[in-house]
Write a protein that binds this ligand. Structure first.
Ligand code: NAP
Length: 314
C-alpha cells in the first residue's frame, strides 16, 4: 500500500527524515520551485504536514490542503503556525514541549553568566593580546545572591528558577495568574516586578497579548543596574526602546537569544558592549534537537495509527 503523503515545510536532521520516510511519502516544500503547484498537486490527498517553529504554516497553506488533519511543528513555540486557521479547518497542531526545558534553561544561565562576568569581552581582551599589553581586564558583576523576576513561569521558566536557586538567587515571577503550588512570590504587575529585581528573564510565548509586554516603562523600571534576558520571542520586547535605553545606560545590560526580525539584528544593538547576543540558540544542542525531532515524528505516527497525540496544542 502506498505511504500517505506528507508535506515537509522545512529540512529536518537525517534521523528525523529517515523516521518520517518509514511511514510517509515526503514532499519537500522548501525545495519546490513552484510552491503553489506542489500544494495544488497534494491537495486531494495530503493529511499530514511537518514544519518548524520558524516556518510554521500559513492560513493560505492550510486552506489549500482541504484533507489536512495534522500539523506537527518542531519547537515549543508555535506562533508561526496559524492556529486560528487550523482550528477553523479542524486541523490538529502539535509542538515539542518539555524535552527542551533543561537545554533552554541552561542556555539562559549561560547568557546571564556571560553578561554579568563580561565573558565575551574578557575573551576578546585576551585574544587581542591586551592582557599582556594593558594589564588586567577589570572587575565585573556576579550572579550569586541577586534577585530575578521571571516573566512566564511555565515549563522552561520553572527550570530556569531552579537553576537560579543554585546561585542563591531570589526568584519572583509574573504571569497572568498566581500558581498556588509554586514557592516563588507572584507579581501581578510586571512593571512593579521590574522595579524590584536585578534581572528580568522573559520566557513567555509570542502571542498578541505578549507583544511589547517588555515595554519602555518596564525596562525603565528595571533601571541602570538592571539586566534584561530575552529567551521567549523578539516580539515580547520593544526593541527600539531597548536599544535607546542601552545606549544611554538607562538599562544596565541585555542578554538576548531572540530578536524582533530574525535573523536581522540591528547594527546599533550589535555595536553595544553591555549586551550578549546569541543567534536563537536556546534549544540548539545535538541531544535536545534530536529529542525534539523525534517528537515531531511520534506525533505524526500517533495520528496515522489513530492513537492519542503526544503534545496537542489544538
Ligand atoms: P509554557 O509552559 O506554556 O509557559 C509559558 C508561560 O508564559 C506560562 O507560565 C504563562 O503563565 C506565561 N504567559 C503566557 N501568556 C502570558 C501573558 N500574556 N502575560 C504574562 N505571562 C504569560 O511554555 P514553555 O514551554 O515554558 O515555553 C515558553 C516560550 O519560550 C515558548 O512559547 C517559546 O516562545 C519560548 N522558547 C524559546 C526558545 C529559544 O530557543 N530561545 C526555546 C524554547 C522556547 P500564565 O498562563 O499564568 O500567564
Amino acid at each position: 500500500m502506498a505511504k500517505p503523503d506528507l508535506l515537509q515545510i522545512c529540512p529536518f536532521a537525517e534521523p528525523v527524515e529517515k523516521a518520517l520516510a518509514e511511514d510517509f511519502t515526503l514532499h519537500r516544500y522548501f525545495e519546490a520551485e513552484d510552491k503553489p503547484a506542489l500544494l495544488e498537486k497534494l491537495a486531494p490527498t495530503t493529511r499530514f504536514v511537518a514544519t518548524g517553529g520558524h516556518h510554521g504554516a500559513t492560513r493560505e497553506m492550510i486552506a489549500a490542503l482541504p484533507k489536512l488533519e495534522i500539523i506537527s511543528s518542531f519547537g515549543v513555540g508555535y506562533d508561526a503556525v496559524d492556529v486560528a486557521a487550523a482550528k477553523e479547518h479542524g486541523v490538529s497542531v502539535t509542538n515539542t514541549p518539555d524535552v527542551l526545558n533543561d537545554c533552554v534553561a541552561e542556555t539562559t544561565l549561560a547568557l546571564m553568566l556571560a553578561l554579568c562576568h563580561r565573558v565575551p569581552q574578557a575573551d576578546a581582551y585576551v585574544r587581542a593580546g591586551r592582557w599582556e599589553s594593558e594589564g588586567t581586564f577589570g572587575l565585573t558583576d556576579e550572579l550569586t545572591g541577586t534577585r530575578v523576576g521571571i516573566l512566564g513561569l511555565g515549563r522552561i521558566g520553572k527550570t530556569i528558577a531552579k537553576l537560579c536557586q543554585a546561585f542563591n538567587m531570589e526568584v519572583v515571577y509574573h504571569g497572568r495568574s498566581r500558581q498556588e503550588h509554586q514557592p516563588y512570590p507572584h507579581h501581578p504587575d510586571l512593571e512593579a516586578m521590574a522595579r524590584d529585581v536585578d534581572w528580568l528573564v522573559a520566557i513567555a510565548p509570542g502571542t498578541e497579548e505578549t507583544k511589547g509586554i517588555v515595554s519602555r516603562k518596564v525596562m525603565e523600571a528595571l533601571g541602570p543596574k538592571g539586566k534584561l534576558v530575552n529567551m521567549g520571542r523578539g516580539s515580547l520586547v520593544d526593541e527600539a526602546a531597548l536599544i535607546e535605553l542601552l545606549e544611554t545606560d538607562a538599562l544596565g545590560g541585555a542578554a538576548l537569544d531572540v530578536f524582533a526580525n530574525e535573523p536581522h539584528v540591528p547594527e546599533r544593538l550589535r555595536k553595544l558592549q553591555n549586551v550578549v547576543l546569541l543567534p536563537h540558540q536556546g534549544s540548539a544542542t545535538h541531544k535536545t534537537r534530536a529529542a525534539m525531532g523525534m517528537m515531531v515524528v511520534k506525533n505524526l505516527k500517533a495520528h496515522l495509527r489513530g492513537e492519542p497525540l503526544l503534545s496537542p496544542v489544538v
